[in-house]
Write a protein that binds this ligand. Structure first.
Ligand code: PEP
Ligand code: MN
Length: 356
């Protein structure tokens, strides 16, 4: 894919890096104008965002005010000189946005998850020269994300960026959505010139954690941030907990450390970040495997107890140790190191099987 660098399609986007901010949803004319006014005074913001049609997981919530918000955005754009971005999920959304002179469109996570919807949006974009941001799908399926990017790219559009907003978590974590950085890194390594913008608001779901995730994305050389802001976050009709005021945004941006841009240093940091993520992933797997092993040891213990069989089975232990050491050798691991680990594992297994 031949994607244009961000600097060429976002005015003022330097070093292939941009900041997008604005409310989760457009609620009222005064909320839009007030927030846009304040955002225009924050140094370093390139694009004002607002959801006009809000896809809600369940019906009954605030679903956006629709088309009429486009005129508020137009007004904000004229008054404060901001470029504006809106989420589209249907061909009709695209048409309305183009009519209203919206500068950038984005495809939301729920839409990316559905190829029919992405294709509908792509068909409406055929031959249209407008930047499109594509959020990752809700589920951690890299191909689904790539598929959506390709559908837009095939319309002849090369002003494309991916937006990383995290993935639906299957167990409760500190974050609203699981960042799964390894997926973003894989996307980056497959499409070197595809800009990737991080959305810490939807990853964290919590305004207090925005700093941490924003910095992490900068450390991984992401190409920008999309951060939700609202003139009065506590009154927001959607995603209130994760929105910050434009003043807070200004402080957050000032506190971020942009990594030194010497070629050598950038590559080094990027590589280090990638390796560490892989190491974290491996350690997670190791811990999960230990947990599975523990479950099995417990089962064995119960069976032994039922039959009054001794816990320590010396012959089995010797055989096991021997075979594991051989395997470790094959993989180039130190025997001393492996033996220590095996002994610890065995000791733990014995203690697990022992009735208290
Ligand atoms: C949004 O940006 O407000 C939004 C709905 O995000 P996502 O599609 O990432 O859930
Ligand atoms: Mn939102």
């Amino acid at each position: 894919m031949k994607i244009k660098s961000l600097d060429t399609w976002i005015e003022g986007g330097n070093n292939n890096f941009i900041i997008i901010s604005g409310p989760c949803g457009a609620e009222t004319r005064s909320q839009i104008l007030n927030t846009a006014d304040q955002i225009s005074q924050v140094k370093g913001v390139h694009l004002f965002r607002a959801g006009v049609w809000k896809p809600r997981t369940r019906p009954g919530g605030f679903e956006g005010v629709g088309k009429k918000a486009l005129s508020w955005l137009k007004e904000a754009k004229e008054k404060y000189g901001l470029k504006v971005a809106v989420e589209v999920a249907r061909s009709q959304h695209v048409e309305e946005c183009l009519k209203a002179g919206i500068d950038v469109l984005w495809i939301g996570a729920r839409t990316t998850s559905n190829p029919f919807s992405v294709q509908e949006v792509a068909d409406a974009l055929q031959g249209v020269d407008i930047p499109v941001l594509i959020k990752n799908p809700l589920n951690p399926d890299l191909n689904l994300w790539i598929g959506a990017i390709e559908r837009v790219y095939r319309t002849g559009n090369n002003k494309i960026a991916a937006v990383h907003r995290g993935f639906f978590p299957f167990r409760k974590t500190r974050f609203r959505n699981d960042p799964k950085w390894e997926i973003v890194i894989e996307l980056k390594s497959r499409f070197h010139n595809l800009p990737i913008i991080c959305d810490p608001s939807h990853i964290t779901g919590d305004s207090r954690l925005l700093n941490e995730i924003s910095q992490k994305s900068l450390d991984l050389n992401m190409n920008g941030l999309m951060i939700e802001s609202h003139c009065t976050p506590e009154l927001a009709l959607c995603d209130g907990k994760q929105q910050i005021t434009p003043t807070q945004l200004g402080t957050l941006l000032l506190n971020l450390t942009h990594r030194v841009e010497t070629a050598h240093d950038t590559n080094f940091k990027e590589l280090l970040g990638q390796y560490r993520i892989q190491i974290d992933e491996i350690d997670t797997q190791v811990i999960k495997l230990f947990a599975q092993r523990r479950e099995l040891a417990l089962k064995i213990g119960k069976e032994k107890q039922k039959r009054n069989v001794s816990i320590l089975q010396l012959k089995r232990w010797k055989k096991m140790r021997q075979s594991r050491l051989e395997l470790a050798r094959e993989f180039g691991l130190s025997e001393k190191f492996m033996d220590k680990i095996l002994q610890l594992i065995h000791k733990e297994s014995i203690s697990i099987q022992s009735p208290n």
